[in-house]
Structure formats: structure tokens, C-alpha cells
Design a binder for this molecule. Structure first.
Ligand SMILES: NC(=O)C1=CN([C@@H]2O[C@H](COP(=O)(O)OP(=O)(O)OC[C@H]3O[C@@H](n4cnc5c(N)ncnc54)[C@H](OP(=O)(O)O)[C@@H]3O)[C@@H](O)[C@H]2O)C=CC1
Ligand SMILES: O=C1OC[C@@H](O)[C@H](O)[C@H]1O
Length: 382
């Protein structure tokens, strides 16, 4: 019963977090948001509200009305609307950092432009359409001394750290295989969603698969050396609704990923449940992680030792010295981003190399199946 109260309290507070008061001795980072994207309120605006050193100062949207409505709903001071609005926002000298939740195929162009304008960037996943684009963005960020982070938010939550710590403790011996899944029932994504649009960088592997690949690499502590198999179910000639792929990793590890944007109902009637699980099989046992993506809601880490068949269940909502149970993965991520920009050491990070390797793995799956990488951006940096 108490865990039910805990769940309700966590979820309610995470959706409507307490407003943080600015710190007297620290100038808040002023953020601008590119696009009135559906994900922005949950992944960025709510977390900023509870951060004492961050403020959402501006939003830009291609339609003036949409920009104004978004700003009004979320109490955003400055509004840029119209066809040149993204660039106008980037040119605003008041703005320190950009949140880029544009469609994947526009990540490269607008991150390059944001960096060129001298802004730090929190960039939605997957970082770009190709690893080459990811490399170029990080090189520009490095050259300009700016912070660029691919928003693999789950990596900042204590759950991911606890799972990794159990793997690295050696308690269960070496990793032998991993299985990371992310799928949602049919009906959530509409047919005109950006995820089904090839020119905008769509596909299940790009959208949800980027997490499954990232979690595979993170929990196994290694990068794939080969794609053993890659199978898709397609909704159009180049767009995968579902992808299942297997990889080999150093140390004879075999890994499977599964992602699905639209799982059909069972027996055509019973709606499928979302799956957000990871299983790490080791020499002496296994770790089953339920809900590694949105762990604030609810999660479990079940550790089973093969020899005595004993299991224990762990939870990890906070770090010993950081966080609140209601902090979402996004709130932990923002904490790290602000700390990095302020020159402090973040509690976690996703590096340039990590982001590049992740895009390489995505492209290697599309290459194996023959579907091919998503189109390169036509934007040529000046
Ligand atoms: N971290 C997370 O948990 C999540 C991350 N994401 C990522 O965030 C990004 C956006 O996803 P989501 O919010 O669901 O997408 P939306 O379609 O809701 O938002 C995309 C935004 O991009 C802008 N845009 C600019 N050009 C185009 C174009 N040609 N076609 C369509 N939109 C355009 C639109 O802004 P405007 O208002 O100017 O018209 C729109 O608001 C993706 O990269 C996705 O992978 C998505 C969901 C969850
Ligand atoms: O990043 C994401 O996380 C949650 C998913 O439902 C969504 O498709 C994806 O973009």
C-alpha cells in the first residue's frame, strides 16, 4: 500500500514539480527552445521549473500563433514565430543554451547553427541521421568550447547507474548476453508522426531503437563488433515500424535489441502493453530491469544468482547525495547539463564518443538489413 502512495506521490510531483527559487549567487542559464515540440513540456520545461539555475526564456515555432500559444501555456517570456524564427532565436544574445527537439533529420542543421551562434545545446536523441553528422557537431562544439549533449536521459537516473554498478561489481561474473527492448502499443503514434517520415529521419530503430542500442552498449560496457542479424517490419519502403537485431560484442557477448512503434493488439483485440525492459545474463546469474526508460514511474531491478536460484529486488530512485524520488530522468539530465555548462563536474555524462558509436551502431543495423541510413542533411555549414 505504501508503495502505491509512493508511486502516486512521485508521479504527481514529477508532472507538476515544485518551482525552484533562483539562487542569489548564480545567474540562471537562459534556454531557448527550437519548435513547439510535443516532447518539450515533459522532457524539458517541467524539469527546468524545478531547477534553481535554469529558465526557459524563449521559444520559436514556424507558426506565430503556435509559438504564442506555446509560450502562453508554459509562461515563456520571449516568442519567435514564423519561417525565420529558429534563426532569430539563435541570434538572441540573451540566450545561453538551446534545447533542440526538432525531428531527427533537422538535428544536424539546427545544432550546427546553434553552436555557430555560440549556444550550448541539449540535443534530442538520436543525435543526427548519420555518425558523420554527429562527429561534425561535436567537433564544432569542442572548437567553440561549448557543451553539447545527446539527451539519453535514462543514463542520468540512479537506476541505470545501479544496474551498471551491479554488472561492474563482478558479483555475477562476466556479461554473456543482453536483451534490451522498447515498444509501445499501436495507436499512440499517428500515421503522420515524424517517426514515420523518412526524410525527417524516421524509423523505429532511430526513435526507440537508439535507446535499446545505447542501453545494450552501456550495460554490456562494450561496442558491437558485428551485426549478426537485422529484421524489420515496415510501414513503408524505408520506414521500419519494428526492428529486431542481434549483435556480437567483445568477450563473446551476444546482444539482442527489439523496438516497435506500434505493437498490434493480441488476437486483434487485446491492446499490447508497453515493454521497456533490459535483461543482462552473466556467468553466474542475471539482472532483469523493468522500465529502464521511465523509472520514476515505477521500476525494479531483479538480481538472480543461478547457483542457489536466489533473487533480490532493488530500486533506485535517488543517489545518496543527489535527487528526489520524483525527479524524472529528464530532471537528472538537466542537473548534469547545467553543472557542465557552469564548469562543475556532472554526476553522469554521455560523451562525444558514446554518441558517435551509437549512431554507428544504428547505421550498421540499417546497412545489414539493406534499408540504409536515413538521408544525410543537405545543410552545408558556412
Ligand atoms: N527524450 C525523450 O523522451 C523523447 C525524445 N523525443 C525526440 O524529440 C524530437 C521531437 O519529437 P516530438 O516532440 O515527438 O515531435 P513533434 O513532431 O511533436 O515536434 C517536432 C517539432 O519540430 C518542428 N519542425 C520543424 N520542421 C519540421 C518539419 N518539417 N516537420 C515536422 N516538424 C518540424 C515542429 O516545430 P514548430 O512548432 O516550429 O512547427 C515540431 O514542433 C525527436 O528527435 C524525438 O526523437 C521524442 C519523444 C520523447
Ligand atoms: O524518446 C522517446 O521516448 C519515448 C517514446 O515513446 C518516443 O517514441 C521516443 O521518441
Amino acid at each position: 500500500m505504501s508503495s502505491m502512495f509512493g508511486l502516486i506521490s512521485r508521479v504527481r510531483t514529477s508532472l507538476n514539480p515544485p518551482e525552484a527559487k533562483p539562487l542569489p549567487d548564480s545567474k540562471p542559464l537562459k534556454f531557448g527552445v527550437l519548435g513547439a515540440a510535443a516532447i518539450a513540456p515533459m522532457a524539458f520545461i517541467a524539469p527546468v521549473k524545478s531547477h534553481p539555475e535554469a529558465v526557459v526564456y524563449a521559444v520559436a515555432a514556424r507558426s506565430k500563433e503556435r509559438a504564442a500559444a506555446f509560450a502562453k501555456t508554459h509562461g515563456i517570456e520571449k516568442v519567435f514565430g514564423g519561417s525565420n524564427s529558429y534563426q532569430e532565436l539563435l541570434d538572441d544574445p540573451e540566450i545561453d543554451a538551446i534545447y533542440n527537439p526538432l525531428p531527427n533529420g533537422l538535428h544536424f542543421e539546427w545544432t550546427m547553427k546553434a553552436l555557430a551562434a555560440g549556444k550550448h545545446v541539449l540535443l534530442e536523441k538520436p543525435s543526427a541521421n548519420t555518425a558523420e553528422e554527429t562527429r561534425k557537431m561535436f567537433e564544432l562544439a569542442e572548437n567553440k568550447g561549448l557543451v553539447l549533449l545527446e539527451a539519453f536521459h535514462y543514463r542520468f537516473h540512479p537506476l541505470a547507474h545501479r544496474v551498471k554498478a551491479i554488472v561492474e561489481s563482478g558479483e555475477l561474473g562476466a556479461v554473456k548476453s543482453t536483451s534490451t527492448s522498447l515498444s509501445i502499443p499501436r495507436g499512440i503514434m499517428k500515421a503522420d508522426d515524424i517517426r514515420f517520415n523518412y526524410s525527417l529521419g524516421g524509423g523505429a530503430l532511430m526513435d526507440m531503437g537508439c535507446y535499446t542500442i545505447n542501453a545494450m552498449r552501456y550495460f554490456a560496457g562494450a561496442d558491437p563488433t558485428a551485426v549478426l542479424s537485422a529484421e524489420h517490419e515496415l510501414v513503408s519502403p524505408q520506414i521500419d515500424r519494428k526492428t529486431v537485431a542481434t549483435f556480437s560484442l567483445p568477450g563473446s557477448i551476444t546482444s539482442t535489441i527489439l523496438c516497435d512503434l506500434s505493437v498490434p493488439p493480441m488476437l486483434k483485440l487485446i491492446p499490447a502493453l508497453p515493454i521497456m525492459n533490459a535483461v543482462i545474463q552473466c556467468e553466474k546469474g542475471e539482472i532483469k530491469v523493468m522500465n529502464y526508460i521511465a523509472p520514476t514511474l515505477y521500476h525494479s531491478i531483479t538480481v538472480t544468482t543461478t547457483a542457489n536460484k536466489k533473487s533480490r529486488v532493488e530500486k533506485a530512485y535517488t543517489f545518496p547525495d543527489l535527487g528526489e524520488p520524483w525527479w524524472t530522468t529528464y530532471r537528472y539530465q538537466l542537473e548534469a547539463f547545467v553543472n557542465k555548462v557552469k564548469g562543475r563536474t556532472p554526476h553522469a555524462w554521455v560523451t562525444k564518443e558514446d554518441s558517435i558509436k551509437n549512431m554507428e551502431a544504428i547505421e550498421s543495423v540499417y546497412a545489414k538489413s539493406g534499408l540504409g541510413s536515413r538521408p544525410k542533411s543537405e545543410y552545408v555549414p558556412s
